[in-house]
Design a protein around this ligand. Structure first.
Ligand SMILES: Nc1ncnc2c1ncn2[C@@H]1O[C@H](COP(=O)(O)OP(=O)(O)O)[C@@H](O)[C@H]1O
Ligand SMILES: [Mg+2]
Length: 248
């Protein structure tokens, strides 16, 4: 049985009459790192919010590890582009928040371990306002992992970072994924980011899946490798159809 099962999902907002997600189905295996790639407005965040259980589909269903998704759950950790840390809590309290809410007596021990894992040991008493964007996003990831979720959902987590930090964070995210063995659904509008990170890329276009492609490359991947460039071109072709016309 697949770990994540998305079954004929339809979603509209208000009474617009048009679907933002139109019959979306896919399966994801445990430990898989899947990127959902698509232009702005194609429905990526809507899909993530449905997976997280923040909103409900009009039709269709999602199950994770055999359980239907009907509301948010500590078993699904979410990381947003805007890290969403509590400004009035220091880093330790931000990360300990989830396990504390679950009355886990080990909340602080877990938080300290995760803060170390994301490379922020020594910053426990620091407040979010004095962190750089990359550091805040590391805290966001630590916080999402603190309830030991089975599934990590990330909505353009590196979108607000500068190019250098983004590259470093890509490497960090892969390291964390290998260390924690989570199943990851990572949303991005960057083709390079998807090809660099994913086991598999699902391309979303105007609310429908138009491509589902395994990335058969060893890690770490080089953006200069011919295979990398081939994948990039393949996704460009699907996302920017007019490219066919301007290529030669
Ligand atoms: N809460 C909402 N109410 C009405 N329309 C929405 C809402 N959220 C998103 N939309 C619309 O749904 C479409 C998909 O949005 P979204 O899922 O955020 O796309 P993406 O994350 O790919 O940029 C867009 O046209 C957006 O304007
Ligand atoms: Mg979005």
């Amino acid at each position: 049985m697949p770990f994540v099962n998305v079954n004929h999902l339809f979603k509209s907002y208000g009474d617009s009459g048009s679907y933002v997600l139109n019959d979306v189905s896919f399966q994801i295996n445990e430990n898989e790192f899947v990127c959902v790639l698509g232009h702005s407005g194609c429905g990526k965040s809507t899909l993530l919010n449905l997976l997280a259980g923040f909103i409900k589909p009009d039709k269709g269903e999602i199950s994770v590890n055999g359980q239907l998704v009907s509301k948010p759950s500590a078993q699904r950790g979410v990381v947003f582009q805007d890290h969403g840390l509590f400004p009035w809590y220091n880093i330790l309290d931000n990360v300990a928040f989830g396990p504390k809410a679950l009355k886990n007596k080990d909340a602080y021990r877990i938080a300290k371990r995760l803060i170390r894992m994301v490379g922020l040991e020594g910053y426990e008493k620091t407040y979010p306002s004095s962190l750089s964007g990359g550091m805040a996003q590391r805290v966001g990831i630590a916080r999402a992992l603190a309830t030991n979720p089975q599934l990590l959902l990330m909505d353009e987590p590196l979108g607000a970072l500068d190019a250098m930090t983004r590259e470093k964070m890509r490497i960090e995210i892969l390291r964390i994924w290998k260390e924690t063995k989570k199943t990851v659904i990572f949303i991005t509008h960057s083709i390079a980011e998807a090809v660099y990170l994913a086991d598999r890329v699902i391309v979303l276009k105007e609310g429908s899946i138009c491509m589902d492609e395994k990335i058969e490359m060893e890690r770490p991947r080089s953006v200069h490798a011919s295979q990398f460039i081939d994948y990039t071109k393949k996704f460009e072709k699907v996302l920017f159809e007019q490219n066919e016309l301007v290529m030669d």
